[in-house]
Design a binder for this molecule. Sequence first.
Ligand SMILES: Cc1ncc(COP(=O)(O)OP(=O)(O)O)c(N)n1
Ligand code: 3NM
Ligand code: MG
Length: 222
Amino acid sequence: MGGLDPAFVREKLKVYLIAGSKDTSSPLPVVLNEAIAGGITLFQFREKGPGAMEGQMKEALAMQLLKQCRNSGVPFIVNDDVDLALQIDADGIHVGQDDEDAAEVRKKAGKNKILGVSVHTVEEAYTAVEAGADYLGAGPIYKTGSKDDAKKESGPEWITEIRRNGIDIPVAAIGGINAGNGKEVIEAGADGLSVISAITMAPSPYQAAVELTSLFKDSKSR
Ligand SMILES: Cc1ncc(COP(=O)(O)OP(=O)(O)O)c(N)n1
Ligand SMILES: Cc1nc(C(=O)O)sc1CCOP(=O)(O)O
Ligand SMILES: [Mg+2]
């Protein structure tokens, strides 16, 4: 079981921006500020891919983004890099099936950090719950250009399947999600919409975040 109150995690997952320095044309801190002003509820620092920062540069950027998030009450999650997350006292960590084992991460992080785990099968979902995940990352729902090794898109049916199997923990849907298709993903049972390009590639990251936020106002979210 996860360490945090599921109702708190559900609220935070709603508009979940994921980004690293290679995902934006303007500097990432500028995009993050706009997205925060537009209403994002959670941020994941995902610094990977060709040309990604490493070492001190990566840590310095993480610290800067963490500070922006702390000033705005937006929890800050680190993708993959458990050591960095613990070193800077991030609010949480997201790991996938090829990353550090989720149960080990839970042990290292303690019960007060948000732990997210990517899942692609019902079996993986049960295992993630056992390992102490606070939320599941479920995707790719639609085709994505933001992750080279993404699996084939599942459609919102993957979320429905998770719920049909009685898995009730918070779920963040990911992959090709935007303001045009987000509503059907929420209606399939997702608690949150995780996006990279819908915000980082938008002409106005602020406006994109506002539009994603508005999907929760009149949707039958759980
Ligand atoms: C919210 C969320 N869901 C899924 C992922 C993907 O994690 P992973 O499969 O480990 O892939 P990378 O992001 O590390 O390339 C995620 N990061 N966030
Ligand atoms: C980081 C990530 N993980 C995925 C998964 O399926 O696990 S899809 C993805 C990329 C999401 O970017 P965009 O919103 O631009 O499609
Ligand atoms: Mg990963």
